[in-house]
Design a binder for this molecule. Structure first.
Ligand code: NI
Length: 206
């Protein structure tokens, strides 16, 4: 079940969220350190990280070697984008399991929070259970989250919400990494499960 407040519309109009995103992208480009899955630096995405999973266990990039992590950045208070993307990822893993079980087993859906302040281990455990039994939720310190966000060319920024709450504007892509920790491809946040399944079936080795 989703928290009831996720039914509330965002307090900020979408246009303002978009302007902020454009501003952040422009700022990133101007300091020359920005990498984006849609840019030219895709080959450099990924790298060593250390985070804490939704069971409180330390997880590093090395733990995912030999698997195909399907990674999404977001936050548990997200009203729409995150639930949509995580639902699509979960559906895709289940559908792939029907047609190619050995491949599906090698795909690990991963949800990395950009809101470590609120997304504690307990909050992540409650949340990932809504989507898929194999979904791995990852959180950590602000420094650890900043680090992994940069590694994957993701972005996030807090924006004021209602009732003194805040939302996180964030990138919405889903990244598929390979068994050696290499970038393979990425998908838009509103990708259909069928498209995900087709691409996973094509890219994942048994
Ligand atoms: Ni979101």
């Amino acid at each position: 079940m989703m928290p009831s407040r996720s039914k509330d519309p965002p307090a900020l109009p979408n246009a303002m969220m978009h302007r902020m995103a454009v501003l952040i992208l422009a700022l990133g480009a101007s300091i020359g350190s920005w990498v984006s899955p849609t840019g030219a630096d895709e080959a450099t995405l990924g790298g060593p990280f250390e985070l804490i999973d939704h069971n409180g266990l330390t997880r590093t990039a090395e733990d995912f070697r030999g698997s195909y992590p399907l990674i999404y950045f977001g936050f548990t208070h997200c009203p729409d984008l995150c639930p949509t993307s995580l639902t699509a990822m979960s559906r895709a893993v289940d559908d792939l399991a029907q047609q190619a079980p050995a491949k599906a087993e090698r795909v690990i859906p991963v949800f990395i929070t950009v809101d470590p302040e609120r997304d504690t281990v307990e909050a992540m455990k409650d949340y990932v259970g809504n989507f898929h039994p194999r979904l791995v939720g990852l959180t950590g310190s602000h420094e650890q989250i900043d680090h992994v966000t940069r590694l994957y060319g993701a972005f996030s920024a807090p924006v004021p919400g209602g009732n003194g709450e805040y939302l996180m504007d964030h990138s919405g892509f889903i990244v598929l990494m390979g068994p050696g920790g290499e970038y393979l491809t990425h998908f838009e946040s509103h990708v259909q499960p069928a498209e995900l399944v087709e691409e996973l079936d094509r890219r994942v080795a048994e």
